[in-house]
Design a protein around this ligand. Structure first.
Ligand code: CAA
Length: 253
């Protein structure tokens, strides 16, 4: 389910299976993300789950149960492609986690720039209990986000954790009352969308470099991105507005 606009919302809508991701759902998400990439009106994308029980309870276990090695490989590649597409979107993406974010669901949230959680959210990588390991990027993105020690324990035990733990570990940036989740996430999205789109792209690309590059290369990346902003219309406007004590009028919305 996709609502377009300056703040667009993608809702994973399969509540009977707690929004579990099968091939068809992943392909539909990929299609929506292609549209988002080409829609210059969209400034921030929010991803959430339909219903009040789950964000996404993981990859679809019933669909995976009979997969061969080759099919398992194809499935993980499709999942990785979709998660990478979230990460590669030039605009900020916020996951609004309303309930269970397990397995592929936590991996989807990890591919987003920011995570806002309801007080009822429950997170985990329970794949070990199914005889598999996380397959949509969790073995790499979870340690990057919360540190190797905790990620190892979570992936090896499969234990779930709650929203206050997710906040304490830096996985989520805010925890809000369940009935305020979408309103609070939209408020955050609107605040971000009020900044220069051009500058936000540089910020996102540079922050991503922190997760994917060696520190030396990342620091050089930051220098290049910082330098490239000078001479841009929005750098000129941002600094002029400061000196003139007024709000900036960004050129690149
Ligand atoms: N895949 C397929 N169906 C799922 C599902 C999943 N991941 N999670 C839940 N469902 C289905 C259930 O089978 C059930 O369907 P029926 O009503 O037809 O029986 C329905 O959603 C409701 O679920 P429950 O009755 O189990 O609800 P509950 O409140 O008792 O438990 C839960 C909720 C703890 C989330 C439990 O459903 C659960 O443990 N789900 C599986 C979580 C999981 O293991 N996720 C990881 C999947 S593997 C993965 O994601 C691999 C990867 O990295 C790519």
């Amino acid at each position: 389910m996709f609502e377009s606009g300056t703040i667009a919302t993608l809702t994973i809508n399969r509540p009977k299976a707690l929004n579990a991701l099968n091939r068809a759902v992943l392909e539909e998400i990929a299609r929506v993300l292609r549209d988002v990439r080409h829609d210059s009106a969209v400034r921030v994308l929010i991803v959430t789950g339909a219903g009040d029980r789950a964000f996404v309870a993981g990859a679809d276990i019933a669909a995976m149960a009979g997969m061969s090695t080759v099919e398992g490989l194809e499935f993980t590649r499709l999942g990785h492609r979709v998660m990478n597409t979230f990460e590669d979107l030039p605009i900020p993406v916020i996951a609004a986690v309303n309930g269970f974010a397990l397995g592929g669901g936590l991996e989807l949230a990890l591919a987003c720039d920011l995570i806002v959680a309801s007080e009822k959210a429950r997170f985990g990588q329970p794949e070990i209990n199914l005889g598999i390991i996380p397959g949509f990027g969790g073995t790499q993105r979870l340690p990057h986000r919360i540190g190797h020690g905790r990620a190892r324990e979570l992936i090896m035990t499969g234990e779930m954790f709650d929203a206050p733990s997710a906040l304490a570990w830096g996985l989520v940036s805010r925890v809000v009352a369940p009935d305020q989740l979408i309103a609070e996430t939209r408020k955050l999205a609107e605040k971000i969308a009020s900044k220069s789109g051009f500058t936000l792209r540089q910020a996102k690309a540079t922050l991503r470099a922190a997760a994917t590059m060696e520190e030396d290369a990342g620091l050089r990346f930051e220098q290049n991105a910082f330098g490239a902003l000078f001479g841009s219309a929005d750098q000129a406007e941002g600094m002029k507005a400061f000196v003139e004590k007024r709000a900036p009028q960004w050129r690149h919305r």
